[in-house]
Design a binder for this molecule. Structure first.
Ligand code: SER
Length: 587
């Protein structure tokens, strides 16, 4: 098949169809407490899918940085990744099924030159809410695609019937990945058919009360995974052999002096390749995530530590600069699309090194603990509880415990460990689902108020503490707001009181909140605050609150500050070095 740079070709194609190329949103969602990471291209666009006008217009295209943790335990096989890139094109109340399907077809058959007989599609078969999608089926037929399967909501409704927010029926495009002749009849269960593109016709909103109401606009949201489609185009069933990963795997081979072709090593190499890329993307994001024991920081820590364990398995000298070499390769490769990586290069490398040193110490403690526990075990078996504690507290993979045990002629209750591990996973999965659901956060009335209160608080803090105050993070729920900002010291009670009073004064002044669109430079010239300047395109939305506040922001916001009620600071505390955190409510 055609040798092509998929990302370039995709952006160029949709640009030629009147789409504006927008930069990827940060991998860490802003103002979305329901979700730790962006998991799909449409996620940062939810407000626009719900009807807010997008400053770049109604046709958008991008490459979005995505991260999914539900695949974490599958990493190591040939097709799963934690971080991945999603290509997407959107219509915000502009074109609909006909253009969307026609353009997907044109891109696949004309640009990528995929033969028509290798393409099959599924369409929604209908349920008690929405009828079967005959329209999509007949558009496909008009293009000469006759391999069409009608499937139910479990396949052809995105994201699914349970999640709240924008949703709709979709048509999925499949590719015949086999040298065998394409069958005449399309059987979606046949594994040689792989899904390559999902076109969602997003015209409903799943409301809090369970109802599906019509969105203001009929939207199109499509998604196509770069890793999978590149591998397919290049004729590989192992994604890691494609051009997306080849240089990374080669580098790991070079560092470890081992071969990827050796099955013993391949899995470890894939884990290292996947994790180093994810680690660079997460720690290179403007949100400034550092390894910790909660939320995104915890995922980052797990990825770094897991990567180190597998590097050890390959006998890589952990104290060498191996992780830096790999990180630099990723940074150079991806900076073209995500220029924050180059900007945050030093901090990415520093994060990796610091965590590596920490983990080495933990490992040392773990080894000491191991020596201690084996003195006290009964019989010749390390029981499941000890094995699990070594894993959970000291980061010992079961294989390491087994190895050490073997050296001392001991056994390990590996089966028991696995059961305990599965139990534990189930618990953490249940705990995490709330946060990993897919983050189609609703922006209800309260959240909107808190958005505006955030701008007022930012402005008030600058007045009370000084111009060095900048937003470092924000998290909003219907119940409260959390605001992180740069400031070196704890706020005094007087400063807190002053800030609170000032925000309440702004509220009482009943200032209209204006939404403006302008060139990015113009906004910056006007002194607009911007937390992630690189993420914005040429034309930006600016929210102006009288002469109190002016910020680059996607909204939504209230119309007038008087709608906010009374503002109260509940807590002021440290967030990280040089960053303070305020928790506040509106009452
Ligand atoms: N939102 C859909 C998906 O993630 C299409 O972009 O598959």
């Amino acid at each position: 098949m055609k040798n092509i740079d998929l990302k370039e070709a995709y952006l160029k194609f949709f640009e030629s169809k009147g789409h504006k190329v927008i930069p990827s949103a940060p991998i860490i969602p802003e103002n979305d407490p329901t979700c730790l990471f962006n998991t799909a291209g449409m996620q940062p666009l939810v407000p626009y899918l719900k009807g807010e006008p997008h400053p770049e217009g109604k046709r958008l295209v991008d490459v979005q940085k995505c991260f999914r943790t539900n695949d974490l335990d599958s990493i190591g096989d040939t097709t799963h990744h934690t971080f991945f890139e999603m290509l997407g094109n959107w219509s915000l109340g502009d074109y609909f099924k006909k253009e969307s399907i026609n353009w997907s077809f044109e891109f696949l058959t004309k640009v990528l030159e995929i033969p028509i007989d290798k393409i099959a599609v599924t369409v929604f078969k209908g349920n008690n809410i929405v009828p079967a999608d005959e329209e999509s089926a007949s558009i496909w037929k008009s293009l000469g695609i006759n391999k069409i399967a009608y499937l139910g909501e479990e396949h052809n409704w995105w994201p699914n019937m349970e999640l709240l927010g924008p949703c709709g029926p979709d048509t999925e495009i499949f590719y015949w990945r086999s040298t065998e002749k394409t069958p005449d009849v399309f059987d979606p269960e046949n594994e040689n058919w792989v899904e390559i593109w999902n076109n969602v016709f997003m015209q409903y909103n799943h409301e809090n009360d369970g109802k599906f109401t019509a969105l203001k606009n009929k939207n199109v949201d499509t998604g196509l995974g770069v890793e999978r489609v590149t591998a397919i185009l290049e004729g590989y069933t192992d994604n890691y052999k494609s051009s997306v990963w080849k240089d990374v795997i080669n580098k790991i081979e070079e560092i470890s002096k081992l071969s990827y072709e050796d099955k013993e090593n391949a899995r470890s190499m894939r884990i290292i390749a996947d994790h180093i890329r994810a680690v660079v993307m997460i720690s290179g994001d403007e949100a400034g995530i550092k390894p910790s024991n909660t939320d995104q920081g915890y995922i980052l820590r797990r990825l770094i530590r897991r990567m180190i364990r597998y590097a050890k398995k390959l006998n890589i000298d952990i104290n060498s600069n191996w992780e830096e070499e790999l990180a630099l390769l990723i940074i150079n490769k991806y900076s073209k699309y995500y220029n924050e990586l180059e900007k945050n290069k030093n901090s990415i490398l520093e994060t990796l090194k610091t965590e590596k040193i920490k983990f080495s110490k933990t490992l040392e403690h773990g080894l000491k603990e191991f020596e201690k526990v084996i003195k006290n075990i009964e019989g010749d078996t390390i029981n499941k509880d000890i094995a699990f504690r070594l894993y959970d507290t000291f980061g010992f993979p079961i294989e390491l415990t087994e190895e050490l045990a073997k050296e001392r002629n001991l056994k390990v209750d590996t089966q028991g460990f696995k059961e305990k591990f599965a139990e534990h996973q189930e618990k953490s999965r249940q705990g995490a689902t709330g946060k990993f659901k897919g983050g189609l956060a609703s922006t209800g009335e309260m959240e909107t108020k808190y958005h505006t209160a955030t701008h007022l608080l930012n402005a008030a803090l600058k007045k009370v503490l000084g111009e060095h105050v900048h937003q470092k993070g924000s998290n909003i729920t219907a119940e409260r707001m959390r605001f992180d900002f740069s400031h070196p010291t704890k706020m005094t009670d007087e400063e807190k009181k002053k800030t609170e009073d000032l925000v309440n004064e702004y509220i009482k002044m009943a200032i209209p909140v204006e939404r403006l669109e302008m060139k990015k430079e113009e906004a910056l010239k006007m002194g607009a605050e911007a937390m992630f300047i690189d993420k914005y395109g040429e034309i930006v939305t600016v929210y102006k609150i009288g002469n109190i506040s002016i910020e680059l922001c996607g909204g939504p916001h209230v119309k007038n500050t008087s709608e906010l009620g009374h503002f109260r600071i509940k807590k002021e505390e440290s967030s990280s070095a040089g960053v303070r955190r305020i928790k506040a409510i509106l009452e």
